[in-house]
Write a protein of this length. Structure first.
Ligand SMILES: C[S@@+](CC[C@H](N)C(=O)[O-])C[C@H]1O[C@@H](n2cnc3c(N)ncnc32)[C@H](O)[C@@H]1O
Length: 253
């Protein structure tokens, strides 16, 4: 793994800003199946804002506010964070959060770095930007919270269980998993909305998934249950906080 140290205050994770990139020989196979939104990086945020009128960000904000554990210097894994807006929100709530930001798209990472120059991270925070997929999370890495915002919808049905298992293994016991995503709709306008989105991103970024994978069922199959849930944009979008099921926990609905 090639590492480019962008800034370093102390020889610890705290205060570090690292950019790491797997060397060619170490790129895990599943990275090649990940959905690189590079071609859409320059317009993704604007388009999402125009179409969903802020609902995507509202859902992420609400889920972060409800789901981040209280410990200040928590270790956070963000998968598929895109152009980096979520980092500002995260640090607004937990200014000392230690973040591993795994994003397959170099163009999205470039935008994240540019954003960080405009909105620098707080003094006690730490960040590693890692180009790769969930497969680049090392087996010994553990996190206090896992964040997958609008990325589970990028997986094919076949690839999703393996990816979720990998992320699940990276959680400290009981660590919350924060999800915001489109609900897998089977009928009505929500289904047509999904169809249009898959068609559009199939065309623009070569997204291999062509329908919403059953992410709620796959998360439930890992023994995770929803302990908080909110819906947005006419229930087309869900924000969910999951962890291991206590007896009275809700099925993901
Ligand atoms: C639909 S965009 C959402 C971006 C961001 N979460 C947001 O809500 O604005 C999905 C992002 O996940 C990245 N991505 C897709 N599959 C990935 C994977 N398996 N591992 C890491 N990143 C992935 C894409 O490059 C893209 O930036």
């Amino acid at each position: 793994m090639r590492r480019l140290l962008i800034g370093c205050a102390k020889p610890s994770f705290t205060g570090l800003f690292l950019f790491t990139m797997p060397s060619d020989s170490s790129i895990p196979t599943s990275t090649t199946h990940a959905a690189d939104f590079g071609p859409a990086a320059w317009f993704y945020d604007t388009l999402a804002g125009l179409i969903f009128g802020g609902a995507l960000r509202r859902s992420q904000r609400a889920t972060l506010a409800a789901g981040l554990p209280p410990n200040p210097a928590l270790r956070v894994l963000v998968l598929g964070g895109g152009a980096g807006w979520v980092l500002s929100e995260l640090w607004r709530l937990r200014p000392q959060a230690q973040v591993l930001y795994v994003e397959v798209s170099e163009a999205m990472l470039a935008r994240t770095r540019a954003r960080l120059r405009r909105h620098p991270m707080p003094a006690g925070a730490a960040l590693e930007l890692r180009q790769g997929s969930e497969a680049s999370v090392r087996p010994d890495e553990r996190f206090d919270v896992i964040i997958t915002f609008f990325v589970l919808d990028c997986f094919t049905q076949a690839a999703l269980p393996g990816a979720l298992a990998r992320l699940h293994a990276a959680r400290h016991p009981g660590a919350p998993w924060l999800v915001t995503d489109f609900w897998p709709a089977r009928r009505g306008w929500r289904r047509w909305l999904l169809r249009a989105m898959y068609w559009f991103f199939g065309f623009t970024v070569g997204l291999r998934a062509w329908q919403m994978p059953p992410w709620p069922a796959e998360l439930a199959a890992l023994g995770l249950r929803s302990r908080w849930e909110q819906h947005f944009f006419g229930r087309a979008i869900a924000g969910i906080i999951l962890n291991e099921a206590p007896a009275e926990a809700n099925e993901i609905s």
